[in-house]
Design a protein around this ligand. Structure first.
Ligand SMILES: [Zn+2]
Length: 255
């Protein structure tokens, strides 16, 4: 049976996601921004929390763990490189490790840059990726602990996933990201239609995610830093992709 997902808002602009395996009844929360909305989502679906898969150590992704673990006795999986910064961890994982949620099989991708030990979880057969704060729709995470080259390599790793992979990210930042992206690629037709779609979704109070790898490749400037048109658009046609990426990221920080 295929995996089921349930997406909901937490805190100000964080997303919570539940990943459910109907054949075993297993349910994982991807990160734990806040216990109450996760419990509400579990109750709404009639699911029991068995696992928490943590992408990185930031408080807005981990502060619900203690309460959820106490209540549900769930297993907490976290990046090995950040385990010392996250309480209540049961299993630590690194690049290439397999993480099972019931019969669903995920693989760990190390995606440093936002934090030094950030990881993503890719469920190949179910065409799902949970990327935390590395990739956002039409944007990417701030480089807090890494450098631009590191973040660019992490984004390439995600960009290389199959085009029809559905991508769940940690925040609803899409409207602001679109606003910025239009300053980099004002003539990109895929981006302009995404801009219209995002306005419509937000008016209807609907989420702009999940997105797909294919869509992001068409309109996310941070995944397009190696295109001549993008480099030329910011006057960097002779620079390498990582430098173009670094410049776009720095502009976004000041935007
Ligand atoms: Zn973060």
């Amino acid at each position: 049976m295929p995996a089921e997902t349930h997406l909901f808002r937490c805190l100000n602009d964080n997303y919570g996601v539940l990943l459910h395996d109907p054949s075993t009844g297993t349910t994982a929360a991807i990160d734990a921004p806040e216990a109450a909305p996760i419990d509400a989502a579990l109750a709404e679906r009639g699911w029991r929390l068995t696992d928490i898969l943590v992408t990185h150590h930031h408080a807005d992704h981990t502060q619900g763990i203690a309460e959820l673990k106490k209540k549900h006795l769930c297993r907490v999986v976290a990046p090995r490189k950040e385990a010392s910064k996250i309480a209540n961890v049961d299993v630590t994982v690194r690049e290439g490790d397999v993480v099972q949620v019931g019969s669903l099989v995920g693989r760990v991708l190390e995606t440093p840059g936002h934090t030094a030990g950030h990881i993503a979880y890719w469920f190949k057969s179910d065409k799902l990726a949970f990327v935390g704060d590395t990739l956002f729709s039409v944007g990417c995470g701030r480089i807090v602990e890494g450098n631009a080259e590191m973040m660019w390599q992490s984004l390439l790793k995600i960009r290389n996933l199959p085009a029809d992979t559905q991508v769940f990210c940690g925040h609803e930042y899409t409207a602001a990201n679109v606003h910025f992206a239009l300053t980099i690629e004002p003539k990109n037709l895929a981006l302009r239609s995404r801009a219209e779609e995002v306005v419509r979704l937000i008016e209807q109070k609907r989420p702009t995610i999940p997105t797909t790898i294919q869509q992001e490749k068409s309109f996310n400037p941070f995944l397009r830093a190696d295109l001549h048109s993008v480099a030329a658009g910011i006057g960097m046609e002779d620079s390498n992709a990582a430098s173009v990426f670094a410049t776009i990221r720095a502009r976004k920080d000041k935007f």
